[in-house]
Design a protein around this ligand. Structure first.
Ligand code: NAD
Length: 548
């Protein structure tokens, strides 16, 4: 009776019935009460996170095996160990990271104290993908907790078993007044994003990154976007093909190719390609045996939807190695494609699977030009025995991260920031696209290109140029019979095209995570006295003011 009475009273007093809003409200109140601020509280959360990993290691490994057929080795090194070492690093350095940072002063502030204070933002949202479902939820979480925030964690719905462990077990190890796991796919995440957060940290595809940033913009919420794209891998003629093949194959087929920093395609001369192919075949056989389907070391594609997309890509170019697939198991053999065209889907979209196209280039200059004509990638690789060549690729390109003579080893270092580098600003605007079959005026080409892309054999990239080149239809188009594209359709095309290759913005790992999740507050403390000295700045102004 009393319970019912309270409930009724609650309703009458206007208590919200939306459980999500209530959860967020509870976290906000905990933050406002200062609960997360002390170093002791933060350390206790980080220790809890460490205990969660250690006490549930087997459970997590089983979940990862169910979701992705992830081997114990890959789970250990790329999920559990990496998360644990981030926790250990944060625990060792927490107090020094939290310390006010003294800064140099000018003449006018000599007697003051000037410093940067690292403050938590408040309530932060972390949205994670499925490919490293432990690492990519817990590593950002370490930064958010170390920085003293309250956190809502949204794991991916595709890695179901891991999602379940994160939702059911993880909260037991953390203070639940400051931390919550919210589950769901696009629709639920969309609803979550309608709420106001103080910071949003998103890892996932450029397409969804754009949705997240648009939602964040409504509240002017700052974001970090850890996105994807196509990571080029230049292989110079001056190389040992077997060493290169071992390293490229390991990183390409690790986690069944579902790694945001995996080498996406190889750029090399036809001569090097001929030396690389047998070396890649040898590496694949040594790693995964004669029948890779039976190898416990090779993962599986995460879902039927992703499998079908990847199987479609096997039709591009010519299969030189592998190419087999089995839908029941979501198995795709480690594959190498040759003779692919730049316009084929495998070279247009991020592959994110165990498929490696080799693209021929005539020279190092041509390779650098190829890279620079595309969006800035998340990672870039260059293999050569000549350090001059590696340094030239580094100097003449841009990418989120770079590794010479190996795969994604740079991201294993917590002392390096990990993140993308936004969009390439130097897109050439052009109305008539190179492979447009429509010979009409620019106005006609504009409306035809955007309205009938498929019929005219145009790719999304053509539309990108078109829409980037001209925000509005040319005058001729507006005044004549062609109907200009509706703004909703333009937005749709823009979203699809510009989001395609963006590698993201912001970075994390180690202290960079702590800094990402902290507001850097500019502070200056002045003594209340000494007014005589400071009064020289006041009006009425005279040459005397300038001497201060
Ligand atoms: P995704 O963008 O489909 O999903 C990521 C998250 O967004 C998931 O939690 C999902 O539930 C949510 N989401 C999906 N659709 C949504 C929508 N319409 N509105 C709101 N939220 C939505 O990405 P994914 O398929 O899980 O992961 C693969 C992508 O992530 C690849 O592009 C890969 O390169 C990228 N990635 C990047 C990094 C990095 O560190 N930069 C790491 C791993 C993966």
């Amino acid at each position: 009776g009393a319970e019912q009475g309270r409930e009724e009273k609650g309703c009458w007093q206007g208590l919200r019935m939306d459980p999500l809003a209530d959860t967020l409200q509870r976290l906000r109140e905990a933050f406002s009460a200062g609960r997360t601020r002390s170093p002791e509280f933060r350390a206790a959360q980080l220790k809890g996170l460490g205990r969660f990993l250690q006490e549930n290691k087997q459970l997590l490994q089983e979940a990862l095996a169910q979701d992705l057929h992830k081997s114990t080795f890959e789970s250990e090194v790329s999920e559990i160990h990496i998360s644990q070492s981030e926790i250990d690093l944060a625990l060792r350095n927490l107090r020094s990271w939290m310390k006010d940072e003294k800064v140099p002063k000018n003449l006018a502030t000599q007697l003051d104290s000037a410093f940067i204070r690292k403050e938590p933002f408040g309530l932060v949202l972390i949205i994670a993908p499925w490919n490293y479902p432990v690492n990519l939820t817990l590593v950002p979480l370490v930064g958010a907790l170390a920085a003293g925030n309250c956190v809502v964690l949204k794991p991916s719905e595709f890695s179901r078993s891991t999602e379940k462990v994160l939702a059911e077990v993880l909260p037991r190890y953390l203070d639940q007044s400051c931390f919550a796991v919210v589950l769901g796919g696009p629709q639920e995440t969309g609803q979550l994003l309608e709420h106001k957060f103080d910071y949003i940290f998103f890892t996932g595809s450029p397409r969804v990154g754009r949705i997240v940033m648009t939602a964040a913009a409504k509240h002017l919420t700052p974001v970090t976007l850890e996105l994807g794209g196509k990571n080029p891998c230049y292989v110079d003629d001056d190389c040992d093909p077997q060493t290169v093949a071992n390293r490229v194959a390991w990183f390409r087929y690790f986690n069944c190719g579902q790694t945001c920093v995996a080498p996406d395609y190889v750029l090399c001369s036809p001569h090097t390609r001929e030396r690389l192919l047998p070396a890649l075949q040898s590496a694949i056989t040594r790693f995964y045996g004669e029948d890779p389907r039976r190898s416990p070391s090779l993962g599986r594609v995460v879902s039927d939807k992703h499998f079908r997309r990847l199987r479609g890509l096997l039709g591009c170019g010519r299969v030189a190695i592998g190419g087999q697939s089995d839908e029941d198991e979501r198995y795709i053999a480690p594959t190498v494609l040759v003779d692919v065209q730049e316009t084929e889907p495998v070279m247009q979209e991020e592959i994110f699977g165990p498929i490696l196209p080799i693209v021929n280039v005539g020279s190092l200059d041509e390779a650098i030009d190829f890279i620079n004509r595309r969006e800035k990638p998340l990672a870039l690789y260059a293999f050569s025995r000549s350090s001059q060549v590696v340094k030239r690729v580094l100097a003449q390109t841009s990418s989120g991260g770079f590794c010479g003579n190996d795969g994604f080893m740079h991201m294993t270092l917590a002392s390096l920031p990990f993140g993308g580098v936004g969009l390439t600003p130097s897109r050439k605007p052009s109305l008539i696209t190179p492979n447009s079959t429509h010979p009409g005026s620019p106005a006609e080409a504009w409306s035809v290109t955007v309205s009938l892309p498929r019929r005219f054999g145009l790719t999304t990239q053509d539309i990108t140029y078109c829409v980037h080149g001209s925000e509005h239809p040319p005058k001729a188009c507006r005044s004549r019979r062609q109907a200009p594209l509706s703004s909703a359709a333009t937005e749709k095309i823009k979203a699809k095209s510009t989001a395609r290759g963006a590698s993201g913005m912001g970075s994390y790992h180690g202290k960079f995570s702590f800094d990402t999740f902290s507001h850097h507050r500019a502070c200056l403390l002045r003594r209340p006295g000494l007014e005589k000295i400071y009064s020289i700045r006041y009006p009425p102004y005279s040459p005397r003011n300038l001497r201060m």
